[in-house]
Design a protein around this ligand. Structure first.
Ligand code: SF4
Length: 354
């Protein structure tokens, strides 16, 4: 079992844990710059609303890129006003990390290897220790040290071994400073490499692992890659928190992550949506109904299966295991529970059902 790392718990921020016997968590990353937040109340309000919506559908952690002091200022404002644990993603400049730690961030992502002198790492580690804030080491295949790149080029080690070795080197710096509150992530855009490097690491070390396939691609391709990599690792008991990286919205990343965890049996409860693909028998627009209702259903605090089916011919039968379902004829929709029709309504009233 991996070590348990605690994050959050200050101010409004929810306290959560990663690793050990903690439930697996789902993360996403904010997709826009936040630098104008301090002068833009409307934008702050919009971001807080979107964070809240992500939280209601099951997102556990959101990471923000922090490339400059303006972003630090903005993130510190946001982190004081939400219960969502937020992670500051920092490269190169350790001072950004120190400033973020004056706010309410739940974790810092920083690699000792890219913030210069060891003194810089020491300062960040001491500030994290003082504030009870863990660190995530984030390695990806584009940022391996030169000596390992050469070994890979010469075929002495594989890229997966190089990723794992880089993570170990970064982690050793924290271990030398007697700091063990860190999570490791090693990402490649290649599924096999992602699986292998996490296997290598998990075999030797017990630090919690953040799973991700980097630059996974657009919605469908990215979900396929992440599903294969994560399900393989999760079924071997490897992985403590996941992020599905997509060229798509944070909402899609979260929904994809939740579904992967559910299908791997790692997240139970909540609303499960089953819906038919649609065919020529369609009497009800399944696709638009699911689009309109997915987030509202996922936000419900219920352990139920909801079926959305296109026709009355096959709908109630195919969705008979669902606790509640809807199926359409041309101008009517039927509501069924465990396959039994309980109500018939006008199709135009379908949105009033749940
Ligand atoms: Fe087609 Fe009806 Fe099955 Fe949907 S439920 S795929 S509309 S037969």
């Amino acid at each position: 079992m991996t070590k348990k790392i605690l994050l959050g718990g200050k101010g409004l921020t929810k306290s959560i844990s990663i690793g050990g016997d903690s439930p697996l968590t789902v993360q996403t990353m904010w997709k826009d710059s936040i630098i104008d937040i301090p002068e833009n109340d409307k934008k702050l309000e919009k971001i807080l609303k979107e964070i809240y919506e992500l939280q209601t559908i099951g997102c556990d952690i959101i990471r923000f890129a922090v490339p400059d002091m303006e972003s630090v200022l903005a993130l510190n404002i946001i982190s004081e006003k939400t219960s969502m644990p937020l992670v500051a993603d920092i490269h190169f400049d350790y001072k950004l990390a120190l400033e973020c730690l004056k706010g309410n961030v739940a974790a810092i992502r920083i690699n000792p290897g890219n913030i210069g002198a060891i003194e810089n790492t020491k300062k960040v580690v001491e500030a994290c220790r003082e504030n009870g804030v863990p660190i995530r080491i984030g390695i990806n295949s584009g940022s391996l040290p030169k000596d390992l790149q050469e070994k890979i080029a010469q075929g002495i080690i594989s890229r997966a071994e190089g990723l794992c070795e880089t993570a170990v080197r970064e982690a050793e710096i924290f271990e030398d400073l007697k700091f063990d509150q860190y999570v490791v992530s090693m990402k490649s855009s290649d599924v096999k490499e992602t699986i292998d490097c996490n296997r290598f690491y998990a075999k030797k070390y017990n630090n919690p692992l953040h799973l991700g396939v980097t630059e996974a691609g657009p919605l469908i391709g990215g979900i396929v890659k992440s599903s294969i990599a994560f399900s393989t690792l999760l079924n071997e008991g490897i992985g403590d928190t996941i992020r599905v990286s997509l060229s798509s919205s944070p909402e899609n990343e979260v929904v994809a992550g939740l579904n992967i965890l559910k299908e791997c049996g790692k997240r139970k409860g909540g609303v499960t949506i089953v819906s038919c693909p649609r065919c020529g028998r369609i009497g009800f627009d399944v696709h638009s109904f699911v689009d309109r209702w997915q987030n509202k259903l996922l936000a419900m605090d219920k352990n139920i299966t909801v079926a959305v089916m296109g026709c009355v011919v096959n709908g109630p039968g195919e969705g008979r295991h669902a606790d509640i379902g809807i199926a359409g004829t041309k101008d009517k929709a039927i509501i069924f529970k465990k396959g039994k029709i309980v109500q018939t309504i006008d199709a135009k009233d379908a949105d009033t059902v749940f």
